[in-house]
Design a protein around this ligand. Sequence first.
Ligand SMILES: [Zn+2]
Length: 321
Amino acid sequence: MAEDAPHGLPQAARGASPASAGGTGSQPAAGDTIGVACPLCGTPGSTTWLLRGEWRYRQCAACSSVWLDPLPSESWAEDFYDDGYFEGGGRGGYRDYLADENQHLANARARIELARRFGAAAPGLWLDVGCAAGYTLAEARSAGFDVRGIDVSPWARKIARQRFQLEVYPSMPDAVRQHAGQASVVTMFQVLEHLPDPLAELEQARACLRPGGLLLVETWDRGSLAARLFGKRWQQITPPSVAWLFDRKSLEYVLRRAGFETREILATTKAVSVRWACGLLAEKLPATPSSVLSRIARSRFGQLELNYRFGDLVTAVAIAA
Ligand SMILES: [Zn+2]
């Protein structure tokens, strides 16, 4: 795979590593194994980007990827994304995913509007990978699209069926078998960073799309100012749930490898509830009195809407080449 390594890419953005914010830096840590090859581009000689307890994130100097070493297995994900992830709080998940329905629907409408700006038009097949409870698909169906979901989580598939009568496949190979070359739109909102093998998943997304079809990938940008300022405390450093920390270079690289042409990578905002923000703070700032946060989250203020706009969330708009 080494011959597929990107040429002309600068050295990995060292300024985007937590080293610049008082983190562990990009020097190999004690016990590091020199020579571990990048799972994306195959270049040997990755370095430790960050140690968090027993977890290690590695960085590739060639394609700028950062990944969790070892990467989680496919079967691990099915167990991890259970009802506790969506309803239990902690583990980088949600305190009460369904309680934020208004925010999920507002975000779904904004995503459909974005797809339309880049040429998506009903009727057509819209596949949402990592569809969770199915809010985006429900809105896309209302906008005239034929819709299917993909989600590894049994909880998500059950809720999406019950709440919106959606058909949801457990894996991408199932979607490819049913819809190869048929989809007009494939979307992945905050999914890519959780996948053991994002390249394989994107290749399967490419296989589902018709030529010229639209792909939207929303993920977090570790090269953003917010990520660099927060350093080791950046909210996305959540092993083992977050297996990949992309920046714009590595995101564009993996998309190109999977057969996509990136049109734009846009900074994205999203609606969140005070409840969600309290859950994030309680998990990321253990010094904050969690009883106070819980009380706020449960109060009528918990449902108030905030606009998340720290600049570290991005959406890649890409076309199936
Ligand atoms: Zn690489």
